[in-house]
Design a protein around this ligand. Sequence first.
Ligand SMILES: [Zn+2]
Ligand SMILES: [Zn+2]
Length: 347
Amino acid sequence: MTLEKESSFLTIPGAIHIHTTYSDGTGTVPEVAAAARRAGLRWIVITDHDDLRAKAEEGWYDGVAVLAGYEITPERNHYLVCGLDEVVSNELAPADYVRLVAEKGGLGFVAHPDERVTNEHTRPFRWDDWSLRGFTGIELWNYMSEWIERYTRRMRYVNYFFPQLVVRGPTAETLAWWDLLATEGWRPTGIVGADVHAVRVRAWGRVWEVFPYEQVFRTLTNYLVVEQPLEAAFSEASRQILNALRRGRVIMANRTWGEAASTHFVALLPDGSRATVGDTVSLGSQIVLDFRAPARGHITLYRNGQVLVRNRWARRLRHVVREPGHYRVEVRRWGQLWILTNHIHVE
Ligand SMILES: [Zn+2]
Ligand SMILES: [Zn+2]
């Protein structure tokens, strides 16, 4: 196999952070699964507020693997949990539920850590203690919280009809925290969250659905990077999905700016083998980082949070690694964040 051949990794699109009728969403589990299928997703993780009733409805729905977790939802410090059969109490301190979820073998993601809502519609639900450690990952970018944050009376019509104009990307603080944790050795998985509720509001004499499930599912997407397609047996597929989330095998994209299914970020090793996002490779030999996007954009390679290389309006970026560090890529189109990879760790 030459190095120019297609990478052997597959990307499988899905979404996490979804509310159904078991909490404050408006769709049932089968309805949400159907919306996911129409939006081209292959897996979703339902996360109702402190509620795991969706667990009884887990399974394959016409090609979409539906997993159930939940969102630990105190006043602040929301925490997405999956891979557990029981609900951990929202009355514990964040340090305690982070530790308990890990001890029980579950995955935990800090939800919308940098939400700063200041308008009259909602309160900020940000994560207070950024010195806490021990979680699986961070929801770097949350569609609803960013939308609500930018919702003002003057801008509300623009926000409603053109949400793509106000959904820009994770905050610099969130990205810096994620990069710092990588350098500290924690290496949390970065994910994007839909946080979709499909809230219905009454206005101007009719009922409007504020972001139907399908519409949100066509935006922030987590592509799992795996060697094998999802297994037909649901328990196996579920294990593959959780395993990829745990290992940082995720490429994030806002599909508003283009499909991102064939995005690849790999480390090419001299023996012809490849590593990808979430993996650790050692710098004993020459390593080439190879990033490819399905369409042109402004590509930036970061090392430990610092800009290392920029390729303007390109589909590809290659870089010979000279230093250890935590490497990730961002791609922008028309000034908007399109693709954001997890780190490849070089020791
Ligand atoms: Zn929340
Ligand atoms: Zn939520």
